[in-house]
Write a protein that binds this ligand. Structure first.
Ligand code: COA
Length: 415
């Protein structure tokens, strides 16, 4: 059976993390992704955070599976001609250069349309139009400017960035959706279009609930599910909520057996209203099921700290997995705090292809995160990332260049 995006050709002009996340997803859905890199250097992440000398880093390999790599110097006049040929052959150009870089290369939107009116040009930028549109942006800049950092962490500490790469990988995901949507529209319009995903916008989209809370705060001056309630104070802006749940069912991270030595012996515990009586039974506080201070969600809000302290007295007598097993029997929502080591070793994630072992010619075997989106008719097979320029000759031949022409271009440094 074919793949969902069979026949779609992507000119992948991406680097670092945000753009490569997007094109990797498209490759996993079956698109032919041709990554254009500079000869001799390539995507800067090939050499960043290396764990083996002179071998493509995990940073690179884990973001560039299922792609082909060609080297083209797009500032060389003859290299530009090769890029033009690729633009004419491809359906989508994806890039995440600093603002203006593509124009400076001579590939403005107008020029690309002249070459291929059906081409979709998809970009990640740090910011959308406005005061910061010319800025270069990395992950944590976007987390800060998109509202994530000011709302993450504890009230008595500084803003905190999250390890989840919501600015880079999150925006790559947004861009991928924009691209397939534009491809769909092209089936009716016959035209390409520009797709922009700004990292600030992507992070803010993921922080939507915090803008919700900002408005609730402005209207009522308080938010009863936040840890600042009832004894702390609220200012003008949404405060950091520690480990409080972002939704309507209060939750918190609680210690489990072994927490003194294991930094991940914790569980996330949600006091979902429909299972409150079961929670009371499990922790041995049966009287709370009917006590007026605890029986209803509204009555519980001023007592959340005490409630979680009492539940923690119970979770501390169990490992996170024992607690999970007991709580799941009663449909009480909870989640163990899993370390990366535990995740890497989890058999069920290997079975579903969410964690995949890949073999690489110079690195050997390594683990990666496979496609988190599973299509029943378009299963993903993860193949290794390309070596720098591994497919230059192959792609040049597909563009109609003869071996002599390829050699001539190589000798002048165009490819
Ligand atoms: N041949 C010749 N030149 C090439 C080339 C090629 N194959 N590929 C890239 N270049 C050139 C570009 O034309 C650009 O040149 P210019 O500045 O003279 O116009 C240059 O390489 C570098 O591009 P730039 O994007 O500025 O790289 P950088 O390393 O300085 O900045 C970022 C990196 C990520 C900060 C920047 O690209 C950016 O802000 N991107 C948008 C937001 C983003 O995606 N951020 C997250 C990254 S995970």
């Amino acid at each position: 059976m074919g793949k969902a995006l069979d026949g779609v050709r992507i000119l992948d002009f991406t680097h670092v993390q945000s753009g490569p996340t997007c094109t990797q997803l498209l490759a996993w859905f079956g698109a032919d992704v041709i990554k254009v890199e500079r000869a001799g250097a390539g995507d800067i992440t090939r050499e960043q955070l290396r764990d083996i000398p002179d071998v493509d880093s995990l940073y690179f390999t884990m973001l560039n599976h299922n792609k082909r790599s060609v080297t083209i110097d797009t500032k060389n006049p003859e290299g530009k001609l090769v890029l033009e040929a690729l633009i004419q052959k491809c359906d989508v150009l994806v890039e995440n250069f600093a603002p203006g870089a593509l124009d400076r290369m001579g590939f403005t939107w107008e020029r690309i349309q002249e070459l291929n009116p059906r081409m979709i040009v998809a970009s990640v930028k740090g910011f959308g139009p406005g005061p910061y549109e010319d800025c270069k942006v990395y992950e944590n800049v976007a987390q800060c400017a998109g509202g994530a950092a000011s709302t993450t962490g504890f009230d008595d500490g500084p803003p905190v960035v999250t390890g989840a790469q919501i600015g880079d990988s999150g925006t790559g995901l947004h861009l991928a959706l924009g691209i397939v949507t534009a491809l769909y529209q092209r089936t009716q319009s016959g035209r390409g279009q520009r797709v922009l995903a700004a990292m600030q916008d992507g992070v803010l989209n993921l922080c939507r609930v915090k803008l919700r809370d900002q408005q609730r705060l402005e209207r009522t001056g308080t938010m009863k599910e936040y840890p600042q309630y009832p004894n702390g104070t609220f200012g003008e802006a949404v405060p950091r909520a520690g480990n409080a749940s972002g939704g309507g069912q209060p939750g918190w991270i609680l210690k489990c057996k072994g927490w003194e030595t294991d930094p991940n012996a914790y569980i996330y515990f949600i006091t979902q209203a429909p299972v409150w009586a079961k929670i009371c039974n499990v922790i041995g506080k049966e009287e709370w099921a009917t006590h007026p201070d605890y029986a209803t969600p509204a009555a519980r809000l001023p007592h959340l700290k005490d409630i979680f302290a009492e539940i923690e007295r119970w979770t501390m007598t169990k490992t996170k997995f024992e607690a999970m097993q007991i709580l799941n029997k009663y449909d009480i929502p909870c989640g163990p705090i899993l370390s990366m080591k535990e995740i890497a070793e989890e058999p069920s994630l290997r079975k579903t292809g969410t964690i995949v072992e890949v073999d690489h010619p110079t690195r050997g075997k390594y683990l990666t995160v496979g496609n988190p989106i599973k299509l029943s008719d378009s299963p993903t097979e993860v193949t290794r990332s390309p070596l720098l320029g591994e497919h230059t000759d192959e792609v040049m031949a597909e563009l109609g260049y003869s071996p002599d022409q390829i050699n001539a271009l190589r000798s002048v440094g165009a490819i």
